[in-house]
Write a protein that binds this ligand. Structure first.
Ligand SMILES: [Zn+2]
Length: 297
């Protein structure tokens, strides 16, 4: 009997910082405390930002904290065949979009910094498409028809929203992030997605696409992010925030794990698995984790 799976899915664009590691620890705890498998996925479709060797460094940091994964990592850059098959399956639900980011920004009102696609290319005629294709290769968007979608989140409850006509294939022909995530989760049997709460809005679109592809949307847990002393999202510039940098200032991996445990209201463990006995999703802090760092500038 398959008990399902959770996953951690970093992009190999830089070293993981303590906020990323805390999210990974939470994803591991949510999965293992419910008897699920735990998978690693390398989200490297944004080739211009990927740094060679970084995926291996990230895995080494996760392993140093005591994290264990089932099976071999899924590497998105090796999965194009599956993504193209999914795109073919939804071909009658997609349309070509020739807009640049700038055009969308100019055409769309963007309340709360969220960029909504204004539907510019939704109803182009064949002749108009032929004309537009001459100047720009199109992305593909899903035709959502303003559908409503509800997702279940273990921390946020039932969250509903309107599905966007979001991009499922980039204009360079590569699968878009939102499509790859859904295809990979479905193919890997992932039924529990734990990640930063900045991705909660994306869950509406992703759960909808899962349904369109005939997969059951996963259960979500969108967890608070780590912030610096100024309340901004934690970043490399905040000083020693990665496992190698913290090791250099005398904070070893077990001490990092103890810091993360403390931030979750859990006692310092001797090893990661010790946290399983005290882990209680309902007791998790709902506020961002303030990691003051040790910035010298
Ligand atoms: Zn468009």
């Amino acid at each position: 009997m398959d008990l399902g799976a959770g996953r951690y899915a970093p992009s190999p664009t830089g070293d993981l910082h303590v906020g990323n590691l805390r999210t990974a620890v939470l994803a591991w705890l949510f999965a293992r405390s419910t008897g699920r498998r735990f998978l690693l996925r390398i989200e490297d479709l944004d080739a211009s930002r990927v740094r060679p060797g970084m995926a291996a460094r990230q895995l080494a940091d996760l392993t140093a904290l005591g994290m264990t994964f089932d099976g071999i990592p899924v590497v998105q850059s090796q999965r194009d065949e599956a993504y193209q098959a999914a795109l073919a399956a939804i071909a009658d639900r997609t349309y070509e979009c020739y807009c640049t980011r700038r055009e969308i920004a100019e055409a769309a009102s963007a309340p709360h910094g969220v960029q909504h696609y204004p539907g510019t290319c939704r109803n182009l005629s064949d002749a108009e498409r032929v004309e537009r294709r001459r100047t720009r290769s199109p992305a593909l968007r899903l035709r959502a028809d303003g559908a409503r979608q509800t997702v279940h989140d273990l921390l946020h409850g039932d969250v509903s929203g309107t599905v966007e006509d979001f991009v499922v294939r980039r204009n360079d022909g590569v699968a878009a992030y939102n499509l790859a995530v859904v295809v990979d989760d479905a193919a890997s049997g992932v039924d529990q997605v734990v990640r930063g709460d900045d991705l909660l809005p994306a869950a509406i679109n992703q759960a909808y696409l899962a349904s369109v592809l005939g997969a059951a949307p996963p259960t979500y847990a969108h967890v608070p992010l780590a912030v610096n002393a100024d309340g901004r999202r934690l970043a490399k510039r905040d000083g020693a925030v990665t496992v190698p940098d913290l090791a250099a200032v005398g904070v070893d991996a077990m001490a990092v794990l103890a810091l993360i445990a403390k931030s979750l209201g859990l006692p310092a463990p001797r090893r990661l698995a010790d946290l399983l006995s005290s882990f209680d999703p309902d007791a998790l802090p709902r506020e961002p984790w303030v990691f003051p760092g040790n910035r010298t500038r």
